[in-house]
Write a protein that binds this ligand. Structure first.
Ligand code: HEM
Length: 350
């Protein structure tokens, strides 16, 4: 029989509660708020750990060669993505607690911290990489590799090489078998008919073009680039044209119950970006309030660095961008009987 588990031991409270060592104490200087500063960062790191736990499990499920869209596994992926969103919301709100510290309280110990900074949070950087932020898309790349310990840079680099959540979503979207996509999209430009029925995407493109205001007419070029043309090299997109079409299809026809979970999955990714961006902006404004235009303890330009990273580090922006290509419900092409059947809503024997 295993020994009875005690709360204190189970949670390793000896370690956690004895892991706060304010620099001001070591120097025997008074800085009351340094304890808050340490505890809040540790709390963040614990939540980052949980976020990794969720992201790893999502990547594990999505790496499987076949993921049935009606299976409990897809439900699990969506459930855990939503949990990530909920945790991120809490992380945004925790800034309220940090902001109970005034700039003068911070000055009591700020100089003792150099050159440490939240910037050196490898868990945060690794999470960005795991979700889909590639090195070449980072702001201040040299800064990131020079400020972190080598073992942490190596860890993030190896994560950057693995399939990210965004790449796994791309592969999943490419596998979605709603229609004979290949045959269908080839008729994009000419109003081509397949078996007597107008090609779905040709009809869609036609309707989309018709919906554009004069000042938006150029959008049709972006439409063709994203949904039709073969990708150039180097490819600026992570989502392939086929995956982009599948994602747009899911957004358009999410009313079909079979598309509900796929839609929720895409929506959760957008919410993750939104919450991460909210965190970045709240953190940036807090920093501005706390240190004004002074450089950060990590040596960056401070607020300017954070603003540039916030603008550049949207991870799922290719999915968000698809919303530019929606058309009104009443103009949606009618789905063929075959597609309706594949979506599971017409009786094949009828
Ligand atoms: C008084 C409170 C805080 C101040 C003044 C502050 C300041 C800064 C500054 C100036 C930077 C830019 C890098 C540098 O030069 O240091 C930074 C980055 C960062 N901080 Fe904070 N920070 C504070 C609280 C926090 C908290 C509570 C967290 C939670 C983990 C955090 C996490 C981060 C992260 C993850 C980055 C890197 C962001 C990126 O590279 O996009 N910071 N912080």
């Amino acid at each position: 029989m295993p020994a009875e588990v005690h709360y204190h031991d189970y949670l390793q409270l000896d370690k956690i509660l004895n892991a706060q060592f304010p620099e001001s104490d070591k120097r025997q200087l008074s800085a009351h708020d340094e304890m808050l500063f340490i505890v809040i960062h540790q709390t963040y790191e614990l939540w980052f750990k949980q976020l990794h736990h969720e992201a790893n499990s999502i990547a594990g499920i999505m790496s499987k060669p076949a993921l049935n869209d009606n299976s409990p596994e897809l439900q699990t992926v969506v459930h855990r993505l939503k949990r990530i969103v909920t945790i991120l919301r809490v992380l945004v709100h925790q800034i309220d607690i940090m902001e109970t510290m005034t700039p003068m309280d911070f000055l009591d110990f700020r100089d003792m911290l150099r050159p440490t900074s939240g910037f050196q949070s490898w868990q945060f950087k690794e999470l960005e990489a795991k979700l889909g932020l590639k090195f070449q898309h980072r702001h201040g790349q040299e800064y990131y590799t020079s400020q972190l310990k080598k073992e942490h840079v190596d860890l993030i680099k190896s994560t950057e090489k693995e399939n990210s959540v965004l790449e796994l979503v791309n592969a999943w979207l490419e596998r979605i078998p709603f229609f004979n996509d290949e045959a269908d999209w080839k008729g994009f430009h000419v109003h081509q008919k397949i078996d007597g029925v107008p090609s779905f995407w040709a009809e869609y493109r036609y309707q989309y073009q018709g919906s554009l205001a004069e000042a938006e007419k150029m959008n049709i070029d972006a439409f063709d680039e994203i949904f039709i043309k073969p990708r150039s090299s180097p490819d600026p997109y992570t989502l392939s044209a086929q995956a982009s079409r599948a994602a747009l299809f899911i957004m358009l026809y999410r009313g079909y119950p079979i598309l509900q979970l796929p839609f929720q999955l895409l929506n959760a990714l957008l919410e993750i970006d939104e919450q991460l961006s909210s965190w970045r902006y709240r953190h940036m404004n807090m920093v501005h309030r706390m240190i004004g235009t002074r450089i950060g303890t990590g040596g960056s330009s401070g607020k300017d660095y954070l603003k540039a990273a916030a603008d550049k580090h949207y991870i799922f922006k290719e999915i968000a961008q698809l919303n530019s290509f929606l058309i009104e419900r009443r103009k949606l092409p009618h789905l063929s009987v075959e597609i309706e059947r594949q979506l599971g809503f017409s009786n094949p024997s009828a």
